[in-house]
Write a protein that binds this ligand. Structure first.
Ligand SMILES: Cc1ncc(COP(=O)(O)O)c(C=O)c1O
Length: 406
């Protein structure tokens, strides 16, 4: 028609004028860029067959295809490994992908997997519904009950899965003790450390073999990425997981890796402030008559306090607080309305958010089952943010006044 369209041009002309070809990293001169380059390429090329072969064969270090490895994932994996004092780390496309990777790459049909009774809802479903289909029997136990731990270890499971701080009861597991027991039975100890982060707890230093985290949460910290990581104490095991990750295709996006690395630069500061706010919030909730129960590992009188002091960094109790309103869901809603807090079925944002486990993380279970785990209609789980403490306490005070009808 009247204007020249791209399709009327020669293909080579179109490519040359519109799209830059393969290039070496941009030359910035002698000064270094303060943020790392983002490298979204899915594939890398060379004019030499020999060179591509050498990189594919692992004889020459380099990138070939981003499902196998890419620079932003490598950078992020190194940062996670450093924080956890791990030999190797594998970054995955989500926290669930990290858990599925461990289950499928290391589980074997017929060999049992022992898992704590209290786990994130989707982790339980992954184990009980998906893994069971692959012929892996799943044994549930309460890590706080020695006789239950001994009973599952006697069945010689290949792996034992726990969460450092359980979701949403905030039960803290004695990782050093579990690690000793697992080592005796040649059982791999796998710890989901999402609720803690390496700035609260480093399970590998306490004897765990693998640490899994959803990087979607507090380490990235701004609710804008979906990623996970597995950190391995043993380099060989880490390489095995990296290979399996490429085969199952749970590759992380370069952009999400870049954002997470940026979030991690402030993670220690954010987590320190969030832990401080969480303790103040827990103390305030514990004083309120309308609140029946408060769980916060570092709260005076909480059964987890001894482990916080011996196994967590600087006595930090984490950024999660759970409480149950005596007046049920309706009273919890009145609290939220007056406090002006958002209901968000996730955690780890810079702002304080609240989730309702009965209708989100544990919605797939029956009310009876939920009640037996301490999850009621009036239970709220706070992910505490980094706002000035005074601002948070004013909101919470307003919410508690409204909840108790004042
Ligand atoms: C303890 C825990 N582990 C794993 C996950 C899964 O992470 P993702 O949502 O990044 O897949 C979650 C998600 O909420 C979680 O709370």
């Amino acid at each position: 028609m009247g204007h020249s369209s791209a399709s009327s041009r020669e293909p080579s002309e179109f490519r040359a004028s519109q799209v830059p070809g393969p290039s070496a990293p941009v030359d910035c001169g002698p000064l270094l860029p303060l943020s790392p380059p983002l490298c979204p390429a899915s594939v890398y090329g060379s004019h030499s067959i020999d060179q591509v072969e050498a990189v594919l064969a692992g004889e020459v270090p380099g990138m070939v295809y981003s499902r196998l490895q890419h620079p932003n994932a490598v950078q992020l994996a190194r940062a996670c490994a450093t924080l956890h004092r791990a030999a190797e780390a594998v970054v995955t496309s989500s926290g669930m992908a990290a858990l599925a990777l461990v289950a499928l790459a290391l589980g074997s049909p017929g060999q049992a997997l022992a898992a704590a009774r209290f786990l994130y809802g989707h982790t339980s479903v992954l184990l009980e519904e998906q893994l069971a289909r692959w012929g892996v029997p799943v044994l549930r136990f309460d890590p706080a009950r020695e006789e239950e731990l001994e009973a599952v270890l006697q069945q010689r499971p290949g792996m034992l899965w726990v969460e450092t701080i359980s979701n949403p009861q905030l039960q803290v597991v004695d990782l050093a003790h579990l690690a000793r027991q697992c080592r005796q039975g040649d059982v791999l100890l796998v710890v989901d450390n999402t609720f803690a982060s390496p700035h609260v707890c480093r399970p590998l230093e306490l004897g765990a073999d693998l640490v899994v985290e959803s990087l979607t949460k507090v380490l990235s910290g701004h609710s804008d990425v979906m990623l996970g990581v597995v950190c391995a104490r043993d380099a060989q095991l880490g390489r095995q997981l990296l290979q399996a990750c490429a085969l199952w295709g749970w590759t992380p996006s370069p952009w999400d890796c870049w954002l997470t690395l940026r979030g991690m630069a402030t993670a220690e500061l954010r987590i320190r402030q969030a832990c401080h706010n969480a303790l103040l919030l827990a103390r305030r909730l514990a004083q309120a008559e309308c609140v029946r129960r408060v769980h916060y590992p570092a709260l005076e009188g909480d059964p987890a306090r001894r482990l916080v002091q011996t196994q967590f960094q600087d006595g930090r109790g984490g950024h999660m607080v759970t409480c149950t309103f005596a007046g049920g869901r309706e009273q919890a809603q009145r609290f939220l309305d007056a406090a002006g807090l958002l209901v968000v079925p996730s955690l780890g944002d810079v702002h304080t958010t609240v989730s309702h486990p009965a209708t989100s993380s544990h919605r797939q279970f029956s009310p009876q089952q939920r009640r037996s785990w301490g999850i009621e209609e009036g239970t709220l789980r706070f992910s505490v943010g980094v706002e000035p403490s005074e601002e948070l306490l004013v909101r919470v005070h307003r919410g508690l006044q409204a909840a108790s009808g004042r």
